[in-house]
Write a protein that binds this ligand. Structure first.
Ligand code: PLP
Length: 426
């Protein structure tokens, strides 16, 4: 993103005014070069400290195939949370050991289709194993382990391990889970965890790696299992508030690799491949949501009404998450505390209650919401009959529509009205 001396905002080299005129608002816009830079920076840091390293991209955070193809070109595999995400990976030409299926609380149908797809099966509970074996034997099996501790900068909302989390195999059940899998004739194994999201403290990553490796080490030693890979999940954080520190990637990778090597030696393991499956770190700060101001109300306070609401960007209403907001052409102006909302009939859509925004903000202005690339579009929905926005990719001065804005037809496409309920013709 660039802001010129007149406060005109461009994403890569494309002014947001051009993007809004070309594609309408609200519109998600992703900077291709930023995604590539994010991936390369992270990949270089981890490979430097542990050369047998690979990133998978957790496609749930932004599942547009154009975006996922950028990460595939850079060398990422795919972490899939559902059968449909395995199918998205297939659209990228990825399958087998390039895709990991980490669904949770699976149905028999999920299990059958997951198994048929031939990707790495990552089980969220030991109780799933007999159900999987009814359908066949996965070539490579791992368990998602709850190492007993998790943390997130968003609090309990995305703390995905520890006693309050629904995810992962309880640490006391892990040994029995792998034992049962070995006895069933499975020969190729990995281990996985995903304890938290948006973390920036290198000590946190060191701690969770040690916790997981103590579990993996004991299983390896007691069962004579060779772990082909250990996947530490995602969780690499980005700053959302201006002034927040960024993740120190080199220090994080160094600490992870340090404790990983130490535990591998301590338990006498064959060194496994080290994997991570971040999402936010790759695309979070590469994505922006452009909206327009449509109404301004002076009530108990001034409320700026835009077409960016909880339906287009759910994170503020869902998690109380913060997103920085720019007003195009006015960033140099004096500020005044105002509210800002979307157009949904819920007061949770009043997602900014008091924020110093440019005092002259007026109807027709464009607002640009920062850090909207991850868990933005994929969490959008059609409440109040509002339609999902378009998605656009920019690279230098070029831009492409990568997902069409929904139309009214999309709202009713899957609906069937029984004959006796239909209005009389004419
Ligand atoms: C299993 C799994 N892996 C990876 C991720 C990506 O997390 P993040 O965006 O924090 O890197 C998630 C996110 O929820 C997840 O559930």
């Amino acid at each position: 993103m660039r802001i010129d001396s007149q406060s005109q905002i461009s994403l890569e080299d494309v002014p947001v005014t051009v993007l809004a005129e070309s594609y309408g608002t609200p519109v998600y816009v992703y900077e291709e070069n930023r995604i590539r830079e994010n991936f390369r920076r992270a990949d270089a840091a981890f490979r430097k400290h542990y050369p047998d390293f690979r990133f998978f991209y957790a496609i749930k955070c932004c599942n547009n195939l154009a975006i996922a193809n950028i990460l595939r070109q850079e060398g990422a595999g795919i972490d899939a949370a559902s059968v449909n995400e395995i199918l998205l990976a297939k659209e990228l030409g990825l399958g087998g050991e390039h895709v990991m299926f980490s669904g949770n609380f699976l149905s028999d149908d999920d299990i059958r289709q997951g198994l048929e797809s031939g990707v790495i099966f990552n089980l969220d509970d030991a109780s799933l194993l007999p159900r999987v074996l009814k359908h066949g034997k996965p070539e490579v099996l791992s368990f998602r382990i709850n190492p007993g501790y998790g943390k997130s900068s968003l609090g309990d909302f995305v703390t995905n391990a520890g006693p309050k989390a629904k995810f992962g195999v309880h640490p006391d059940h892990v040994l029995a889970a792998y034992k049962a899998a070995k006895e069933a004739g499975i020969t190729r194994f990995g281990a996985h965890m995903m304890p938290g999201s948006c973390m920036i403290e290198p000590e946190y990553f060191e701690l969770i790696t040690g916790l997981l490796m103590d579990i993996v080490g004991r299983v390896g030693r007691e069962l004579g299992i060779t772990f082909e890979f250990v996947d530490l999940g995602g969780g690499l954080g980005i700053p959302y508030r201006h002034g927040e520190p960024a993740l120190d990637l080199d220090e994080t990778a160094k600490r992870i690799a340090g404790v990983f090597r130490k535990k591998v030696a301590e338990y006498g393991l064959t060194p496994p491949r080290l994997m991570m499956e971040p999402a936010r770190y790759f695309v979070g700060d590469a994505g922006y949501l452009i909206g327009r101001v449509h109404t301004i109300k002076d009530s108990y306070t001034r409320i700026i009404g835009t077409d960016v609401g909880m339906n287009t960007l759910a994170r503020p209403a869902m998690y109380g998450a913060y997103h920085h907001i720019y007003v195009n052409g006015r960033e140099h102006e004096a500020r005044q505390p105002v509210g800002l909302c979307g157009q949904i009939c819920e007061n949770t859509d009043y997602w900014v209650k008091e924020r110093p925004l440019p005092a002259g903000t007026a109807i027709g202005d464009l607002v640009v919401i920062e850090n909207a690339g991850a868990y933005g579009y994929t969490m959008s929905y059609q409440y109040n009959g509002r339609l999902r926005p378009a998605e656009v990719l920019v690279n230098g001065a070029r831009h492409w529509l990568i997902r069409e804005r929904e139309t009214f037809q999309d709202l009713i496409r899957t609906v069937r009205v029984p004959e006796h309920l239909r209005p009389a013709a004419g």
